[in-house]
Design a protein around this ligand. Sequence first.
Ligand SMILES: [Zn+2]
Length: 316
Amino acid sequence: MIDKRYPWQIDDYRYLLKLKGRLPQALLIDGAKGLGGINLANTFIQSLLCENPDLNGNYCGLCNSCSLYSLNSHPDYYCLSVEEDEKAITISSVRATTEFLAVSTHLGHHKVVLVEDANLLNINSSNALLKILEEPPSYAVFILLSDNVGKLLPTIVSRCQKYKLSVPDISVAKAYLADKNIANSEFWLTYNNNCPLFNVEITEEQFDLLIKVLSKPSVDKIYDFTNSIENKNNAIIFEFIIKWLSDLISYKLTGVLKYFTAYEDAFIDLAPKENTSKTFYLQDKLNFLLEWASHPLNHKLQLENILFQYQQVFVK
Ligand SMILES: [Zn+2]
């Protein structure tokens, strides 16, 4: 039997299996992508559809339902997600869900709809989904996954029973990462709020150059870094600088770092020189630019401008 869960999901899974006796029609699983909610949801759905679950409610892995589910062709399962080339879950995808639910179950007691990225419902598809959630057929079960419950329509949230995924203990997360061969893995774990399933989207060299320019900004270092990157979407780097700035302010006010604990020396040096109103201004600007990060423009030039502005934060 293949167990798709991660080591930190044992309690989460136990909780979900207990729900099987009093299953809500809509369950909202709240947790960052970095926690592997999709794997947990899939394991749980397989256990809901299994014809021969064990005493704890876990799936058998052998029955007809389990085989079909593993082949991704279970007739009582539908995944509502973003179609290729789309940025949001569309209203036509939600209509397909209605059609799926129109016919009663094929094999068991439930028809399960997984909403893979509920954050990506837009206002139209949210309203369409809400209509189904208001009067679902008795056999329908909805499982919604979300990274950011605040972005969902409150009327959808209020229809769901909520469950927040647990964040692993640091030792469990480190053990998981130990054999993954990721450079600076402990840094990235802290950076990602201890959620172990992160992608490092800059190279080790770019990382070193970025830390250097942020620690001791200079014209040379700005060009060293911007020359190391391709002219593409700056979102990852903007987020990095936003977190750096938030640590800078936090360090100045309270002496505590949240993300960049390994680089305290740089903050000892920077914090006394920092101009807080300039820092806040730059943070606002970066947050604004994040919304537009995928627009076509000269990304390299934009990044240079941001880093020159960063340098100014430390000039009296
Ligand atoms: Zn089974």
